[in-house]
Ligand binder design. Structure first.
Ligand SMILES: Nc1nc2c(ncn2[C@@H]2O[C@H](COP(=O)(O)OP(=O)(O)OP(=O)(O)O)[C@@H](O)[C@H]2O)c(=O)[nH]1
Ligand SMILES: [Mg+2]
Length: 247
């Protein structure tokens, strides 16, 4: 089976490389977690990237996780390198769009959102840096719904009546089922994510490992076998500095 290609996108400094690093570390793919601030991030491989603490080139890491073959793509967030991030879109099966809890939705977040829509890519949202003072979860959740889509739902509330009601509102068929049974099935959630009617949102902090694990656990539940991997196209696109997370 082709690997699922998961891209991590965001405006500059939102924490994409730190999240990628945490993912590789927590899945046991790398033994030591590198830090952008210590200039030893596993995925910021170029000397200039390490020196400046920014990502310039998209990098890929291949790993096995929960029985799935996964290709993780860390992309640059600086607007000067947005073409480099954009070229990953044609090979993604799904994306994690990161928003910094300190900054909220930025102009570049909206640009990426529109591009993800254009390429019809299912999106999970991760609001990072929730450890920073002033990060207000309710305000940020409202902002995601207002500025991105009504289908942005806080998945920490999954299973609650309120969550099911809001999820049901995203699709007519699901609403009918909900009105009869009072339930929204996992299969229906899955389909709505694939159809870009539902955008699961998670909150946490990459540098403290908070919330990130549940983001990719949940997204894993909503992934396998559901998206038609476009990864065969990867062969024709080369990213510099391919990092092999596993031997
Ligand atoms: N407080 C806090 N800082 C974080 C968190 N995640 C990342 N950072 C810091 O934010 C800065 C940027 O992190 P990166 O991971 O390089 O961000 P990025 O999105 O990859 O940046 P670019 O690739 O240059 O767009 C670094 O100083 C990180 O240590 C977090 O959860 N909380
Ligand atoms: Mg980066």
């Amino acid at each position: 089976m082709n690997p699922i290609v998961l891209g991590i996108l965001a405006h500059v400094d939102a924490g994409k490389t730190t999240l990628s690093e945490a993912f590789l570390y927590l899945t046991g793919s790398i033994r030591k977690m590198g830090r952008v601030d210590n200039k030893d991030a596993f995925l910021d491989t170029y000397a200039l990237e390490r020196a400046r603490g920014i990502t310039i080139f998209s990098k890929q890491a291949r790993l096995a996780w929960e029985g799935m073959a996964l290709t993780l793509l860390d992309t640059p967030g600086h607007v000067d390198f947005s073409a480099e991030a954009e070229r990953t879109l044609q090979v993604l099966d799904c994306a994690v769009l990161v928003v910094s809890g300190a900054d909220g939705v930025q102009g570049h977040t909206l640009t990426l959102w529109r591009l993800l829509e254009k390429y019809k890519i299912p999106v999970f949202l991760f609001v990072n840096k929730m450890d920073q003072p002033g990060a207000d979860r309710e305000k940020l959740q409202a902002e995601l719904q207002e500025r991105l889509d009504d289908g942005c739902l806080d998945f920490s509330l999954e299973g609650t009546q309120d969550f099911m009601e809001q999820a049901a509102m995203c699709d007519e068929g699901v609403l009918e089922h909900f009105l009869v049974t009072g339930r929204v099935e996992q299969e229906q959630l899955l389909q709505m994510v694939a159809d870009r009617k539902l955008f699961p949102c998670f909150f946490g902090s990459a540098s403290n490992f908070l919330g990130w694990r549940s983001c990719w656990r949940e997204s894993g539940n909503l992934l396998p076998g559901r998206f038609i991997p476009r990864s065969s196209e990867l062969k024709s696109i080369r990213f510099p500095g391919t990092a092999r997370a596993t031997g």
